[in-house]
Ligand binder design. Sequence first.
Ligand SMILES: Cc1cc2nc3c(=O)[nH]c(=O)nc-3n(C[C@H](O)[C@H](O)[C@H](O)COP(=O)(O)OP(=O)(O)OC[C@H]3O[C@@H](n4cnc5c(N)ncnc54)[C@H](O)[C@@H]3O)c2cc1C
Length: 506
Amino acid sequence: MNQPPWDAIFVGAGITSLACAAMLVKRHPGLRLLVIDKHIVVGGYATTFSRPSQGVTFDCSLHKLSGMTEGGNLIRILRELELDRALDLVYPDDYFCAYRAGTVLPLANNAEQAEQQLVARFGHQAEGIATFFEHVRTYGRNGYYQFQMLNGSFEPDMTQLRFAHRNFKHKTVREVLHELFDDPYLIEILAAPGIYVGGYSEDLGYLYFLHVVYATLNRGNAYVVGSSQRLSNLLAQRVLEAGGKIALSTHVDDVLTDGNGNVTGVRTSRGFFNSAQVYINTSPHYALQYLFSSDIELAATRDKLTALKPARSTTTVYLVIDHAPAELGLHHTESMLFADEATAVELRMAAERSGYDTELSEHAFWQMSPIEVTNYHALDAAGGKVVCLNVLDSIAHWPRRRTPEYRAKKQRASEVLVERLLMHVPGLRGHVMHIEVATPHTYVRFTNNTDGSGYGAMVGTDLKGHVFHHGFPVQGVHFLSAWVAGPSYEAAFGYAEMKAKQWKQA
Ligand SMILES: Cc1cc2nc3c(=O)[nH]c(=O)nc-3n(C[C@H](O)[C@H](O)[C@H](O)COP(=O)(O)OP(=O)(O)OC[C@H]3O[C@@H](n4cnc5c(N)ncnc54)[C@H](O)[C@@H]3O)c2cc1C
């Protein structure tokens, strides 16, 4: 305990921590920061893992960085950090390509073009499509510039804000899309970007969702050559160059206080570290359960936290293909595979009502819900001939790890999801050389995120849980993660920027 104190300690080296730490040392070059993570690499979900025997590297999360063209928040922040030139960015042609029942509908990575493509395919719903895209351009845009609204640099049209508040604040994506459209397939396509933030149409608030579409479609998206790990490593390097330290393979066991409501540091698997500022990058539920001593009065925070629901988790299938996937028929960087019948919402709700019965859940989440497919080889061939499948899932129907039931279930997940891909892209059949599955339990194991959520808290229509950290009783503790920022790399950087601007030397 007699080492000099750090100016700030970060518990977890996820992308929000790394972004905030890099911004702090840029704004205040003398700061000494310590970033601690239990894992062997920095980044949390923004990491990769390699299989040298297959000659591949799998990206654990990133397939789209939103806000990456002019007017985008993320590209602005990356420029301010002078990282834009260090990052080799790929701007794909596709938003995603929709597959269903033998039909293929590519959507361009541009809002006007995507709207035209949808009108050409769903002419009978043209009026609703125009209204939806108008909602994205107005209410989605207002939501997207919320930080600028708070600091006065973006002035919204108050009539629009009042209209949105009155008409949409309490509605889910599903409710509004059903008011606008009667074509169930179109509804599924328009709701699919919810997968980027861990929610289905019945989960997500409509206004929040509009900002997700605005961020990913209207403000441009890109991938980073060298994967999310490259971005995480560059941010970590900034901290190191400024004299900070990154402590990996180090588990934080406790956040310490002076008994008078002030934080004093952390106790870890490698000893004690002092600081009057501690940023918590882990899930808040995890932090309150494991990191704070029982004599700290946290009942009020716990109470608020019960309203903060985790976003959906993910089941991911990593594939290695023996040829370039594009040569075998997977032409687009990203695809969404839809079931022939658009009954997934009802089936998911029935699965939930059943208490996540195994058979009902597997049918609803794996067989009938959309699968997001990333053709990583088309984004960055150096990572190998990799294709990745993601479905939003619930940990509630997964048995414990290391049990025969768990292994059998992983096998079933891989069979169902891969078969759906092969049905839509038959050229891939016989060319899948290697398969790995990550489940909601895998995500808990690597990140400690509650229920394996990959996207922090669900942003539904009830937002009262999102202020759980207001009035937190321990001075000097800050929460900094997707759980407070909102899901996505862009939200992480936006929130990190706000926290860095609020820095005051203790
Ligand atoms: C499959 C998937 C795909 C995604 N795709 C995209 C995408 O394409 N675009 C996009 O913008 N977003 C995407 N996301 C969302 C995005 O990856 C996350 O929102 C973001 O990475 C979360 O970052 P975070 O800062 O909250 O920290 P996390 O990544 O959750 O990291 C938390 C860190 O804390 C560490 N930790 C936990 N407990 C302890 C402890 N006791 N001691 C020490 N360390 C601890 C963990 O090891 C971890 O490194 C995706 C997510 C998933 C799951």
